[in-house]
Design a protein around this ligand. Structure first.
Ligand SMILES: [Zn+2]
Length: 395
């Protein structure tokens, strides 16, 4: 269930609350990524102390790792030791891209980003779903199975299985893939209604349908396809909506401008896999409620720390005598403990894992605090001023 508390008068931004059986998320909010049901480098307590309200785990990877043990899986809340935190799972649709055309085209989902080396496409896409190839052979994931897996994983918010396309796909392919994504959306909705044989929630006497199912809008960078998708998916009885797929680096705002007007105002909207500071402001301005991205956690393990002035690379030489904390005035455990940039640089150099832990704590706190300030600005009616002020101080 979703409540909108305040709408911004000068943009599509809104502040709200998502209610689930494991707690609430104040929106706009940032989902911290725990791919294998674990947020790397930090403990559940550190994650919560860094103001985390929302976490996302990965259906495809958990399915492959757990194998037959999935039937005995205790549920994500228990596994992650986060009984009162809202958890999402994606559907596996992104892996259709990352193991498929993402490899073949040598691209990420944001066009204009880093170009990678092209390699083999490890997917085979059919009307029923997708065959993935790895060293064990071929395995199949489709909409029905994705729903079954996500029910067993037991997240509060789950996503429909879709085909995430490549930004380099042409119009004809995007249209064909969009048809599949729409047909799969119906399969997911239908599967979601069928009582499921295993459900921890059911055993505890709670209703299964407390899992919110989000439909996903695709359509690449084509205006008519994006609008068609938003109209179609937006009219289906989903509990919320994800905006997925490929974007041009400069086109995200435009794509959101096409899509959002067709999605029901009263339901929450998630922007899949996007989470740079500029993109958060742009997303919120266009009516996005939640985001997920590996930026805070992955970058922390490699020396990247976020501050109000932008990203700094703590491995760099210029920090070798820097006795300041990552960010003055920051309330995270790392900065309040007085751990300096110089000390962190030394730890990275010595491959001391505490560097990754310390900086993950800071980064997660930084992004969660930023979302809190965005919520506050929306509530105070000065979101756009806050956006301009915040972005102008970044390098
Ligand atoms: Zn800090």
């Amino acid at each position: 269930m979703f409540d909108i508390l305040q709408k911004d008068k000068n943009s599509r931004a809104r502040a709200g609350v998502i209610h689930t059986s494991h707690g609430t998320v104040e929106t706009p909010s940032y989902a911290i990524v725990g791919t294998h049901a674990e947020v790397r480098a930090i403990s559940p307590r550190e994650l919560l102390d860094a103001k985390t309200q929302l976490v996302i785990a990965n259906t495809y990877h958990l399915w492959r790792t757990l194998g037959e043990k999935l039937d005995l899986f205790e549920g994500l809340h228990e596994r992650m030791k986060l009984p009162d935190t809202v958890i999402m799972t994606d559907s596996g649709g992104f892996q259709v891209f990352s193991f498929g055309f993402g490899r073949e085209h040598g691209v990420g989902k944001v066009l204009g980003g880093e170009k990678k080396k092209a390699s083999d496409n490890l997917t085979r896409i059919t009307e029923e779903g997708v065959f993935f190839t790895n060293e064990e052979g071929e395995h199949f994931l489709g909409p029905k199975l994705s729903m079954e897996i996500q029910k067993k994983l037991g997240a509060d918010i789950i996503f429909a299985f879709d085909e995430c396309t490549s930004p380099e796909h042409d119009y004809a392919y995007q249209k064909e893939a969009l048809g599949r994504t729409h047909r799969w959306a119906n399969v997911c909705l239908k599967s979601h209604e069928i009582p499921f044989s295993y459900s921890r929630e059911l055993e505890n006497g709670k209703a299964r349908d407390e899992q919110m199912l989000y439909g996903i809008v695709q359509g690449g960078m084509f205006e008519d396809l994006r609008k068609e998708s938003a109209k179609y998916i937006g009219a289906l009885p989903f509990d919320g909506f994800g905006i997925g797929g490929s974007f041009g680096e400069k086109k995200m705002g435009e794509v959101l401008g096409w899509v959002i007007p067709y999605l029901p105002e009263e339901k929450p909207r998630h922007l899949l896999g996007i989470g740079k500071i500029e993109d958060l402001f742009l997303g919120v301005e266009n009516g996005i409620d939640t985001f997920d991205c590996v930026i805070p956690t992955r970058e922390a393990r490699h020396g990247g720390a976020w501050t109000a002035k932008g990203r700094i690379d703590l491995k760099k030489n210029k920090f070798k005598d820097d006795g300041e904390v990552i960010e003055n005035g920051c309330g995270c455990e790392t900065c309040t403990a007085g751990i300096t940039r110089h000390q962190l640089r030394e730890m990275y150099k010595l491959k001391d894992l505490r560097a990754g832990t310390s900086v993950t704590i800071h980064n997660v706190y930084f992004f969660n605090t930023l979302m809190g300030r965005i919520r506050e600005a929306i509530q105070n009616g000065n979101f756009l001023e806050f956006k301009d002020r915040f972005l102008s101080q970044m390098r």
